[in-house]
Design a protein around this ligand. Structure first.
Ligand SMILES: Nc1ncnc2c1ncn2[C@@H]1O[C@H](COP(=O)(O)OP(=O)(O)OP(=O)(O)O)[C@@H](O)[C@H]1O
Ligand SMILES: [Zn+2]
Length: 475
């Protein structure tokens, strides 16, 4: 059997992976808070865990892996959006508006992650369906002396868990010095964190032994992972930004509630997708969504290849040049593997690369060497979720051809028509001529008539150049 090795954040070592139960390998990924569209950074953990799942399926069998990814559907930002809609005069109740917002966000999330070729997890629990389990866990922490109630809140007492800080490698005192922690008069220690808090009368809340309220974010994942995977499971992951405090707090809760169990044995954290050296994030406002890219006719598969070209533990950024390169590669691979039946098994070097701490970049470079063996190329690429059967535009016949160029052409024609109209007014045709020669260089013939501009593809049409022209016209 292939030996998988993974870098465990908990031990800071690359370890040989040995599942608790090879018949049921259990993994949990912290999923999104469903208040808005996923940005490109949010897609990174999804793709990393998708490749991990595919590898586990390959090694242990698809029926012997359980993959859970939650939806956090309790959040101030969700409430704020519902209140905004109410303010705009919606006849729905606040509760209905909250459900409307979370449902639509989950539908977007599914559509966007599907477009990236990510498999749906086996379970996608919503926090609101596990409130009972959260209350029970908080109660048990309270009973064991790890939590205390104060002013309608229940707080976790970090000083009651000597290992607090081990996952992120910091002592409680260092954390207090370095972190911006919420100081509240009812906290015994500034690092104590909320397990339960009161809810305003007009906002969603649940009855509990501590009054009407709602759970803190961290307890959600502790309760949902236990409910679906048990008190000890194999791999828990997310972006490195979650290591502290979210994952540190999950460890504290779960290990104190079940001192005999391991909680998560391996912690897997992906590095950040960055924009000019900073984490792409909603709060910094330096983000674009997966949907933005898809709408610019960048196929999901191109996004996937770009993301997997960098090892998950390295920061990376997105660039048009990377997308162009990936588009070219995929175009080539799709041509090579058209009508090819995949080989029975992938190239062992691809499996080996992935088994070595998910070395996706290494696996991709092996793929580049498989041009002469399309059947093996196809089987191997599929282990990375590439060249899947339903890869969409690349193989679809029709106006767009094989590479999703159709929509780009529509945009270029619209831009061209406008430039031509302006030129007729000003009698300056420089831009029209420039555009015509750029299009010709990109492998498109331009036909102009009274009815408008028509673009005709030649055999040498270069999809990347066409995409660049379309982008330039719409910017
Ligand atoms: N720039 C990024 N690069 C890689 N992973 C990221 C990035 N930003 C967030 N993530 C990951 O995305 C997942 C969903 O996170 P979450 O829903 O908390 O994000 P968010 O709050 O919408 O995003 P943000 O961090 O931008 O405010 C988490 O696993 C998180 O670690
Ligand atoms: Zn979580």
């Amino acid at each position: 059997m292939v030996q998988i090795r993974l870098t465990n954040t908990r031990t800071r070592m690359k370890e040989e992976f040995a599942p608790i139960d090879a018949d049921d390998v259990r993994i949990y990924l912290c999923g999104p808070t469903v208040y808005d569209r996923a940005h490109l950074g949010n897609a990174r953990p999804v793709l990393v865990f998708d490749v991990l799942t595919r590898l586990l399926h390959h090694v242990y069998g698809a029926d012997h892996v359980t993959y859970v990814r939650n939806f956090t559907d309790i959040d101030d930002k969700i409430n704020a959006e519902a209140q905004r809609r109410k303010g705009l005069g919606s006849p729905l109740s606040l509760e209905e508006l909250i459900t409307e917002r979370t449902d639509e966000t989950i539908a977007w999330y599914h559509a966007d992650m599907d477009a990236l070729g990510a498999m749906r997890p086996d379970h996608e629990p919503r926090a609101t369906d596990y409130i009972g389990q959260m209350i029970a866990m908080i109660q048990s922490l309270n009973d064991k002396g790890h939590a205390y109630a104060a002013e309608g809140h229940v707080l976790f007492d970090v000083r009651s868990f000597p290992e607090y800080g081990r996952l992120s490698g910091r002592s409680v005192d260092d954390m207090i010095a370095g972190a911006r922690v919420e100081v509240a008069p009812f906290k015994r220690d500034p690092m104590d964190f909320v397990l339960w808090k009161p809810s305003d009368a007009d906002l969603p809340g649940w009855d509990s032994p501590w009054g009407r309220g709602r759970p803190g974010w961290h307890i959600e994942c502790s309760a949902m992972s236990e409910a679906l995977l048990g008190t000890s499971f194999d791999i828990h992951g997310g972006g490195i930004d979650l290591q502290f405090p979210h994952h540190e707090n999950e460890v504290a809760q779960s290990c104190c509630a079940h001192p005999q169990a391991d909680f998560a044995r391996v912690w897997l954290h992906n590095e950040m997708l960055q924009v000019e050296g900073k984490k792409m994030s909603k709060s910094l406002g330096n983000f674009f969504t997966v949907r933005d890219l898809l709408d610019k006719d960048i196929p999901g598969e191109v996004i996937r290849l770009v993301m997997l070209s960098t090892h998950y533990r390295k920061p990376m950024d997105w660039s048009q040049a990377k997308a162009d390169e990936a588009r070219k590669t995929l175009w080539d691979w799709h041509q090579l593997t058209r009508d090819v039946t995949p080989a029975d098994s992938p190239d062992p070097r691809v499996v080996e690369a992935l088994a070595n701490d998910l070395n996706t970049a290494g696996a991709i470079s092996v793929l580049h060497g498989l041009r002469d063996d399309p059947a093996v190329l196809l089987a191997s690429a599929r282990l990375l979720g590439l060249l899947q059967q339903d890869a969409g535009d690349w193989t679809a016949a029709g106006a767009g051809g094989h590479d999703g160029i159709g929509k780009l052409l529509e945009r270029i024609v619209a831009g061209f028509d406008q430039i031509r109209a302006e030129a007729m007014q000003s009698k300056d045709f420089t831009r029209v001529d420039e555009l015509k020669s750029a299009l010709s260089d990109a492998g498109l013939d331009v036909r102009m008539s009274k009815a408008g501009v028509e673009l005709v593809r030649r055999a040498d049409t270069d999809p990347q150049q066409v995409a660049r022209i379309a982008d330039a016209l719409s910017s």
